[in-house]
Design a protein. Structure first.
Length: 299
């Protein structure tokens, strides 16, 4: 079976056994959250989550290239009035099995509507946990640079003496900054909070993330022609993003309806000419019209 550029029906733990070791550059995925949406796609009890996930994570470890990255979109649910600790347990277990917990990003859901419960406010963000096999992994930071922003005009127009030298952290963290380094620059590196609206136009799957989310990580951790795997592909968002950016994809889902939906979305996706995808990107530029257009420019 040809796995590359395909959406495969099946349990990712089984399907991945036939995928060669060290063959994937990026795994980007959002697995079923514990106990959520039981009706829709079979939630797992929070207490069983780590046991359910780890055999799959072992396969992810095997198929990922040593230079590759695994990004896990997840959020701990509330159980019995407190946040369940299965995500924390999962991170600890992943470390025991050899993964490095390299970084964590926050997805701030920009379009969240107001809400309130007796003891908490609306959940407005999710974790994107980055794991790696090795300390040295491929990362293309220039690909996600953002316009310097309005603050620079005022802040950089009148620099103090401190701004012109390295200003060491006052809390002794070892970090420092030299504000004058940014004079004359149009683009700067982003931080680890990603502000992006949730996807609401896709009514056929209940947990779709915006195309811009996988697209951002695909650009950060891969180059054209690299391979991106989403082992819980759902409606196909990661594959669509990969295709638009000129990367290969592999998607897996246990649900036939979602496999069909993913394939359909892929068929409707325009493939950019080689070399064009990378140049068309406008980091953080919100799209206005086309619903399927990436919020990060992966059109
Ligand atoms: C949170 S959804 C993914 C949504 C996706 N990110 C999107 O944008 O549409 C998780 C998906 O995992 C699938 N799934 C659940 N268990 C699975 C397994 N063992 N192997 C593969 N897919 C599985 C579910 O059918 C569901 O579509």
């Amino acid at each position: 079976m040809n796995y590359l550029d395909n959406i495969i029906l099946g349990d990712c733990e089984d399907v991945l056994k036939d995928v060669p070791s060290d063959s994937i550059d990026l795994i980007f995925t959002s697995p079923p959250y514990a106990d959520q949406r039981q009706q829709t796609y079979g939630g797992i009890s929070p207490d069983d989550y780590v046991d359910w996930f780890m055999p799959k994570a072992d396969q992810f470890f095997r198929v990922l290239k040593p230079t590759g990255t695994f990004v896990l979109n997840i959020k701990e649910r509330v159980a019995n009035g407190e946040r369940h600790v299965y995500v924390i347990d999962l991170i600890l277990e992943m470390r025991k099995r050899g993964w490095l917990w390299t970084e964590e990003f926050v997805w701030h859901k920009k379009n969240s509507y107001p809400g309130k419960w007796p003891n908490r406010f609306r959940d407005n963000w999710e974790r994107l946990i980055q794991f790696n096999r090795h300390k040295k992994f491929n990362m293309y930071q220039e690909a996600v640079m953002v316009p310097v922003g309005g603050w620079a005009k005022h802040r950089l127009s009148s620099l103090s003496d401190t701004d012109k030298m390295r200003d060491e952290s006052r809390v002794g963290s070892g970090f420092g900054k030299n504000v004058s380094n940014w004079v004359g620059r149009d683009m700067v590196y982003p931080n680890n909070v990603i502000h992006m609206a949730t996807e609401s136009s896709n009514k056929r799957h209940s947990a779709v993330f915006p195309i811009g989310l996988p697209a951002w990580f695909i650009r950060l951790f891969t180059q054209p022609s690299d391979t991106v795997l989403d082992p819980f592909i759902g409606s196909g968002s990661t594959a669509v993003a990969a295709l638009r950016l000129g990367r290969h994809y592999i998607g897996i889902d246990t649900n036939r309806e979602y496999v069909d939906l993913s394939r359909q979305r892929i068929q409707n996706t325009q493939i950019p000419l080689p070399g064009v995808a990378e140049h068309r990107e406008i980091p953080y530029a919100a799209s206005s019209s086309d619903k399927e257009v990436d919020h990060n420019g992966a059109t």
